[in-house]
Design a protein around this ligand. Structure first.
Ligand code: FEO
Length: 403
């Protein structure tokens, strides 16, 4: 009988046996407009080894792909590079079905898997730099703690010069085209940047260390096989360089304005500020919540130098969508930003003060006083917003080094 799903060959020894999730649109708060994949890999060495598994509802798809290459019960080892449930959700059931000789995870990974799934000691530890002997092949595991969980590690398959990189260098992109060279680089950049901004940005200092460590391993890497999205075989240097650039996050000559509005006043203010920024020579993106998603704001901040946040006052508070985005962005710890707050109000007008407190918590340098407008902005109010945009553009040129 034909398998419902089949494996895709990556090298002579390695097959992709993951799953494509065409339908997911919300990945723990991150908008995945193009779906995603959960990548798992089968290494057909003397000791047959499965690298990571898939999200629980996709286990049958993965087992079917494995069965297109080999009877799943012939798997000897499983390596869990990352214990988040999109890669481990099916692990307990896979262990039950396959009964591998050994399951390897980092020390933190073993603890995390035990605490998630209460696995009664079925997962063993592999040390940082530890080797797994597959008979005719060899895997070395390197811990990448906090990229992006304490358990995270990557695995290098020496004979095929292949790095299984778990979430690192991945992206949420559902596709049946497995390799990077099948996709326009512009699309890969868009989705890899979004992934970096929303998952890895808080750990940028560790990304730089990990890149240094990979470079210092003294091994060639022909293929980088992440746990989401395409497998890199053509643009490996490009994605490593992009990670370095994003991790260093030099402030660009660009402002990100995000806001929401009740009756259009705060939106008018946002548009006037944007026009001032444009006139002052800065790049600008305006994202009104409701139309824009919090995860798109994070992506735009990756190369920005300024953040400008607006909200009407509602019942003495910030508008809930703006509070949501501020909480989310604060957690991602974007560094080196300048900015200010703005918003309309009816009688009490606390939103600007609340936004300024949030921006201070994000260590944004407030370079101008917040702008408050009662009810509906007059032409003079809008001219003041525009002037504040021009002022910010001057500051942006200074910090970004733009001419
Ligand atoms: Fe794809 Fe951190 O899980």
């Amino acid at each position: 009988m034909e398998n419902a799903f089949t494996a895709v060959k990556v090298t002579d020894h390695v097959y992709w046996v993951g799953a494509v999730d065409w339908n997911i649109r919300d990945f723990h708060g991150y908008a995945t407009d193009r779906g995603t994949t959960y990548n798992a890999y089968l290494v057909m060495a003397d000791r047959v080894t499965l690298i990571d598994t898939v999200k629980k509802p996709f286990m049958d798809e993965m087992l079917s792909r494995i069965a297109s290459v080999i009877e799943p019960s012939k798997i000897d080892f499983i390596v869990s590079n990352h214990s988040e449930m999109d890669h481990s959700g099916s692990l307990p059931a896979v262990i039950e079905a396959v009964r591998p000789e050994k399951v390897f995870a980092s020390a933190n990974g073993r603890t995390a898997l035990e605490e998630h799934f209460h696995m009664n000691g079925s997962v063993g530890e592999i040390a940082d730099g530890g080797e797994i002997d597959l008979g005719n092949m060899k895997i070395t595991c390197y811990e990448t703690r906090m990229l992006h969980w304490p358990d995270s590690m990557v695995s290098y398959l020496h004979e095929d010069r292949l790095l299984f990189s778990q979430d690192a260098f991945g992206m949420h992109l559902a596709s049946t085209d497995l390799f990077d060279d099948a996709h326009p680089l512009r699309l890969l950049e868009e989705e890899a940047a979004k992934y970096y901004a929303n998952i890895l940005m808080p750990f940028s200092h560790l990304v730089l260390k990990a890149l240094e460590r990979i470079a210092g391993l003294g091994v060639d890497i022909d293929i980088v096989a992440p746990d989401h999205g395409p497998v890199w075989r053509k643009n490996i240097g490009w994605i490593f360089d992009a990670y370095r650039r994003w991790a260093e996050r030099e402030p660009g000559n660009k402002a990100v304005i995000f806001h929401d509005t009740m009756w259009g006043s705060t939106d008018l203010m946002a548009r006037a500020i944007a026009d001032g920024l444009r006139a002052g020579g800065a790049g600008v993106k305006v994202l009104r919540l409701g139309s824009a998603h919090r995860s798109d704001i994070a992506t735009e901040l990756l190369d920005a130098g300024a953040i400008v946040v607006g909200s009407p006052t509602i019942n003495n508070q910030i508008f809930p969508t703006v509070a949501d985005a501020l909480t989310y962005i604060t957690g991602l710890k974007p560094k080196g930003l300048v900015g200010f707050a703005f918003g309309s109000y009816g009688w009490s007008g606390e939103s600007v003060k609340h936004i300024e407190e949030a921006l201070a918590g994000m260590r944004v340098e407030l370079v101008a006083e917040g702008i408050k407008v009662r009810y509906v902005p007059t032409d003079e109010d809008l001219a003041a917003c525009r002037a504040r945009g021009v002022e910010l553009a001057v500051k942006l040129r200074e910090i970004s080094g733009a001419g």
